[in-house]
Design a protein around this ligand. Structure first.
Ligand code: ATP
Ligand code: MG
Length: 259
């Protein structure tokens, strides 16, 4: 199980300092949900963790600074599913998912039977086997999103970074994807960091949460400490009612203003 630690992370995009001096720690096998309003910097945080954006500060996996690693080594440690990936329209679902195996294939080599088996098994677990030969350009938004997750899972990295993995999914597929991630976490000890706009879902699955605002962590802790009516009103400008649901976890309900 891999522990993730971030120290004094600062990310500048364009002329704007989006994140400034952020610190966080996720224990091996834990699930951190990052929440916050549009533009708060959640995707920026995940991109920095994944090493696809320049940053200052340090990202450590089990004490190793990720910056020092070669891209292949980094990809074996951290798998990242972006919020809005650009997908090659004329590539098949199978071939795209197989790209997750790239860090295991030598530069001049071809994929092995094992790489193809891992790919087929991930597609099956996501209910995508019948899509294997379909072209990415011919998929619905939710189907594409599941394929992006499939590619990340095929990477078999101990740390999984998922940026809004459920936004385009119908209810059943939201449950399927989050349950699958949770099962992998419990069975294989994956450490999971997700952004999630659905605060109740975030509260149901995460061990800890971080509310990003103003370039840093406005709140962090167990879901019940972060999902409060006061913090949500302040940082999302939303009127909500928070109730304690099954398992003592907070549920967030939008409240319609009285007319
Ligand atoms: N390439 C870029 N150049 C300049 N600014 C950028 C760039 N990409 C993002 N930003 C800005 O950085 C800020 C944080 O963006 P980010 O994508 O991290 O937000 P987010 O919290 O993920 O929002 P959302 O909930 O909409 O996904 C936003 O103000 C955004 O406009
Ligand atoms: Mg985002």
């Amino acid at each position: 199980m891999s522990r993730v630690e971030v120290r004094d992370l600062t990310v500048v995009r364009g002329t704007r300092t989006v994140l400034s001096g952020v610190g966080l720690a996720v224990g091996g096998g834990d699930w951190l949900a990052v929440i916050g309003a549009n533009g708060a910097g959640k995707s920026t945080l995940l991109k920095a963790l994944a090493g696809v954006l320049p940053y200052s500060g340090e990202v450590l996996v089990d004490g190793t600074p990720v910056r020092a690693l070669k891209p292949r080594e980094r990809a074996r440690l951290l798998a990242y599913a972006p919020q809005s990936p650009v997908l090659p329209a004329d590539m098949t679902v199978f071939d795209y998912t197989l790209l997750g195996r790239t860090p295991y294939i030598s530069h001049l080599g071809r994929e092995s039977r094992r790489d193809r088996e891992v790919t087929a098994s991930v597609l099956e677990r996501l209910g995508l086997s019948s899509f294997a030969s379909r072209l990415l350009g011919h998929l619905s938004g939710g189907e594409r999103q599941r394929v992006v997750l499939a590619r990340a899972l095929t990477q078999q990295a101990p740390v999984l970074l998922l940026d809004e993995p459920t936004t385009a999914l119908d209810l059943g597929h939201q449950q399927q994807v989050l349950e699958l991630v949770d099962r992998l976490r419990l069975a294989d000890g994956l450490t999971v960091v997700t952004t999630l706009h659905d605060l109740s879902l975030a509260g149901q699955y995460a061990d800890s949460m971080m509310l990003v605002a103003g370039g840093g962590a406005a709140a962090s802790g167990v879901p019940a400490d972060v999902l409060t009516e006061k913090l949500i009103a302040e940082h999302f400008d939303a009127r909500v009612r928070v109730v304690t649901g099954a398992g003592g976890r907070p549920e967030v309900h939008l409240e319609r203003p009285c007319t």
